[in-house]
Design a protein around this ligand. Structure first.
Ligand code: GUN
Length: 286
């Protein structure tokens, strides 16, 4: 069994990015990321803080717009409109989830597609689904890059994805399909998840339920990607996989923490750098 070490790979990605961003800065462009955080959800606050710290490490300018839970949709939309116009901001990210009185879809659609470093705008989702170059959501792209780094070719493999969120499961399905995998998508209404996972070469799970995937659900030699992140009452961070019992059956498995999580952050940084390259492209066109 080999651990898919996202912590080490993300450190290498950050090192490369730091160099690329320094050379972009020498051309007068410092990539800029604006993060919008609404409310005080502890997990969201922690993620936003991690993103800001990572930006700093690689030389991305980042600004966090902290807004109260009571903010109106109009106020949020006008902040986004302002950021769309700001030439020093290449990427805009609205941390999810948003309070229930706000229509997330409307907010995400207001972000200019060329600044949509989360890849959540329907324009970019559409491009992903037809395999065109676009911003791809950070977590699923991080998973693909982690597999690639370990020379795991998904082409022709039976892949099962458990959890069909817009942020992870659905875009991961598209990426896997684009890469030539045969993909099954399991979700809350799937009657027998284990009937799918038992036959899978690769199982990816991201639903937020500790120990959802047990060793009897996995075939010998399978690859398991744990995208879940759960904090137990003890304070321990665990994924969705019963790691100690599943790992011995696997050829490869991601640890939690230190697997997909760091890859998500590294990929967001890569997306922000990509957005800054658009600025360079536009400047050289003039
Ligand atoms: N909430 C949980 N994951 C994410 C993510 O990748 N991006 C944003 N914007 N919000 C999230």
């Amino acid at each position: 069994m080999t651990l898919l070490d996202g912590k080490s790979l993300s450190a290498m990605i950050e090192e490369d990015l730091h160099k690329q961003i320094s050379s972009l800065a020498a051309q007068g462009i410092t990539p800029g990321l604006a993060v919008i955080l609404v409310g005080d959800n502890p997990a969201s606050c922690a993620y936003v803080q991690m993103k800001a710290k990572a930006c700093k490490r690689v030389g991305i300018y980042s600004v966090t717009h902290e807004m109260p839970n009571t903010i109106t949709q109009e106020e949020l939309l006008s902040t986004i409109a302002m950021l769309n116009q700001n030439p020093n901001i290449d990427g805009i990210l609205v941390q999810l989830p948003l309070p229930t009185h706000i229509q997330s879809a409307k907010v995400l659609e207001a972000i200019h597609p060329q600044k949509d470093v989360d890849g959540f705008h329907p324009f970019n989702i559409g491009r992903l689904s037809v395999n065109l170059d676009t911003f791809v959501p950070a977590t699923p792209l991080g998973v693909m890059n982690l597999l690639k780094h370990y020379h795991i070719d998904v082409s022709g493999k039976d892949v099962v994805i458990v959890g069909m969120s817009n942020i992870v499961g659905k875009p991961l399905c598209a990426l896997m399909l684009n890469a030539g995998a045969s993909v099954s998508c399991c979700h809350i209404l799937t009657r027998d998840v284990s009937a799918y996972t038992k036959n899978a070469d690769i199982v990816c799970v991201g639903v937020g339920k500790p120990n959802l995937i047990t060793q009897d659900m996995i075939k010998q030699g399978a690859i398991v990607i744990d995208i879940g992140i759960n904090r137990l009452e003890s304070g321990a961070l665990v994924g969705d996989v019963d790691f100690s019992n599943v790992a011995p059956k696997c050829s490869f498995i991601t640890p939690v923490p230190g697997g997909v999580g760091p890859m998500t952050i590294a990929t967001l940084l890569q997306n922000t750098y990509k957005a800054a390259l658009y600025r360079l492209e536009q400047r050289t066109k003039i």
